[in-house]
Design a protein around this ligand. Structure first.
Ligand code: ZN
Length: 681
């Protein structure tokens, strides 16, 4: 049924007129004790009711039928939704797992039809369906919608059942038109494609002497590949520094869009990034037939990078009018996805970036490098644990222990016992984890209902598992144990899971960092651990600055919604410089560096970057608590069975503190003292 705008508005007005009388009617019927619930419920339904859902009479009829007017009716309703939504989610997930099986597991050839099965999302329309059949409105009529502020302020005093009701209602807190979702999906694909094609052919970079510093055929994606090349150039004593400086110049050309269009993913030309001169290449390290046509334009890329970023902004903004409790993309990212207010995230990132430890750590780096810091040293990776065994030695040990997936499956209870789970609990957990032979490096797929098991996908070659595979499997099994506990041992399945992805990653890293103990070998010594902690701290400093830039850029776009790509570029450059000058220039010396704006995530990932530093901080908090407790097993169970409550509340119960930077700074302080003492001795 299509109504024109005026009809739709008058239909809405008629619904609004029935709200007051309905509230009174429900209060009269069920008593004043139910008035507050009735008022809130009726308004929550009215806010999302559309003309096609029915006229005022149907609306009133719906409210009278489905309002649970006493505690016992409400309990029954709650239980019904909890039980049946677990079945819905669980089976949808199960279908997805089966449909992806041929793609995910090492089961022989993948047919084109397997791609179609794998791309199908059985639950894509579930929320729409639930509004259409009005089950969503039953939830909205009976359970409270909350703001982040309420969840944080009052949530500490809520019962577990109140938290479960909150999560139930949140599932239906908005109705976003399909066109808006479609717009985001399209922009996401378009910008993702732009970034995925943004490669630099490294052998075609030439310096002022016409020399090629990088090997032939090397094609690196911006910024990940370029950044990782900078990291690996530290071990190249002869020309590493020269390579790093050249990559920095390339990155600057990308950020300022002075990069010639013709050099993007194009080995047919050579490019001197310093002079910006482009010439036809004399080296053919590529397959001419396989290479599509490329731009021959030696003029700078016309601010496409920033036009793409603007497109993501305009797409994200389409959701704003349908999201009254979080009316900007920034608010949705922080208040809904992360559930940590932006101001707190900003404060904890700035705490890292202004830490008193940084001058001392940088002094250590300068000593090790034997030269002053340069801007790309934000990616310095020379803090490394001492290794007791070579990789081939470790490969051999692992291969002997785990020749097949079955042998690994049998070993799981023993591995868990090594981490401090009781033998009974280790057996219980292991029975709920299935080891599958995966195609990829490793993946943990949890279940969504208690009758299903979690799956660990790991790759075991015919010659047996290698150390790299064992290390990844340790990470994934950390995910699996969290998945099993937070589904099967949590009191309400509506609270299954963890507050956000950083928490499950923290559990996974916890297992992974103990891989030597899992192999029955001695744990890394204190000085190795200290090196690793300093390395983590330095990379958190780097990604914290990048995240603060990402956040400031999104604010600028909201403040200047009609900006052009050229104006956005100028703003990004200024924001990157301002942050560099504030947080990095005091450590690095040089001013006005723009490198913090190089991350491709900033262009394509809709304000995702802050998840990384927050993840590092959370990881440290959990790891410190485990060390304090002395053993993982019981602490892991205590933490993971809290389920998906607010992050700060979760962390309070887990460690006694809110989510924050104190734990990492504390560990880094101790690590710095340790490393300095080791250097003296
Ligand atoms: Zn992971």
């Amino acid at each position: 049924m299509k109504l024109d705008l005026i009809e739709a508005e008058s239909a809405k007005a008629t619904i609004d007129e029935t709200v007051g009388p309905l509230e009174n009617e429900l209060t009269q019927k069920y008593g004043v004790g139910q008035r507050e619930r009735a008022v809130r419920g009726v308004r929550q339904v009215a806010a999302l009711w559309r003309p096609e859902d029915g006229d005022a009479e149907l609306f009133a009829e719906f409210v009278r039928t489905h309002f649970a007017g006493d505690q016992s009716a409400l309990d029954t309703l709650f239980l019904r939704f909890e039980t049946l939504l677990e079945q819905l989610d669980g089976h949808m997930h199960e279908i997805g797992r089966h449909f992806r099986q041929q793609l995910d597991l090492d089961l022989g050839p993948v047919l084109p039809v397997d791609e179609l099965f794998g791309g199908y999302n059985a639950s894509a329309h579930v929320t729409d369906d639930m509004f259409a059949n009005k089950l969503a409105f039953v939830v909205l009529l009976n359970f409270p919608l909350t703001t982040l502020d309420e969840r944080l302020r009052e949530g500490r005093h809520w019962t577990r059942r109140q938290w479960a009701e909150t999560r139930l209602a949140q599932r239906f807190d908005r109705r976003i038109p399909a066109e808006a979702i479609q717009a985001i999906t399209e922009v996401y694909a378009k910008v993702g494609h732009y970034i995925s094609e943004y490669n630099i052919w490294m052998h075609h970079l030439v310096n002022d002497q016409g020399e090629r510093l990088f090997p032939s055929g090397l094609r690196l994606i911006s910024h990940w590949g370029l950044r990782d090349e900078i990291k690996s150039d530290y071990v190249d004593a002869a020309r590493g520094l020269e390579k790093q400086r050249m990559i920095l110049k390339v990155m600057e050309r990308v950020i300022t869009q002075t990069i010639p269009s013709a050099v993007i993913d194009n080995p047919r030309v050579d490019w001197n990034p310093f002079s910006n001169e482009v010439t036809p290449t004399t080296v053919h390290d590529y397959d001419e037939a396989a290479l599509p046509p490329r731009s021959t334009n030696a003029m700078p890329e016309p601010d496409t990078r920033y036009a793409m970023l603007l497109e993501t902004f305009h797409a994200a903004r389409k959701i704003d009018p349908y999201s009254p409790t979080a009316p900007t993309h920034i608010a949705r990212r922080f208040e809904e996805d992360r559930e940590i207010p932006e101001a707190r995230v900003k404060a904890m990132l700035e705490q890292v970036c202004t830490s008193q430890l940084l001058p001392e750590i940088s002094k250590l780096i300068v000593e090790r490098l034997g030269r002053p810091l340069e801007p790309f040293d934000i990616w310095y990776n020379g803090f490394r644990p001492r290794t007791q065994f070579t990789e081939p030695e470790l490969d051999e040990k692992v291969r002997a222990l785990y020749p097949t997936p079955e042998s690994y499956q049998k070993a799981v209870p023993g591995l868990l016992e090594k981490l401090g789970f009781s033998s009974q609990r280790a057996k219980y957990l292991a029975e709920k984890i299935v080891i599958d032979p995966g195609r990829g490096a490793g993946h943990a797929m949890g279940a969504e209902m208690r009758s299903e098991k979690a799956h660990l996908r790991t790759r075991i070659e015919s010659s047996g598992m290698n150390y790299q595979g064992f290390n990844v499997a340790a990470h994934e099994i950390g995910h699996n144990v969290e998945q099993v506990l937070s589904l099967n041992d949590v009191d309400y399945t509506l609270l299954r899971g963890v507050p956000n992805t950083a928490f499950t990653e923290a559990f996974a890293f916890l297992f992974q960092s103990r891989d030597l103990e899992l192999l029955g070998l001695p744990a890394p010594d204190d000085s190795s651990r200290a090196e690793k902690t300093l390395g983590n701290f330095w990379s958190t400093y780097e990604i914290a600055g990048v995240s603060l830039v990402d956040m400031a850029v999104w604010h600028w776009m909201y403040d200047n919604p009609d900006a052009t790509a050229a104006q956005l570029k100028e703003a990004v450059l200024q924001i990157a410089k301002d942050h560099w000058n504030r947080f990095y220039a005091p450590i690095f010396g040089e001013r006005d560096v723009i490198i913090l704006a190089v991350y491709s995530h900033m262009i394509e990932s809709f304000l995702y970057l802050p998840d990384y530093p927050i993840g590092h901080l959370i990881c440290h908090q959990i790891d410190n608590q485990m060390r304090k407790a002395g053993s993982i097993g019981a602490e892991f169970e205590r933490m993971a069975t809290q389920g998906r409550i607010a992050p700060d509340l979760w962390m309070q119960t887990a460690t006694g503190s809110d989510v924050g930077a104190d734990a990492m700074i504390q560990s880094a302080t101790e690590a710095l003292a340790q490393v300095k003492a080791a250097a003296r001795s």
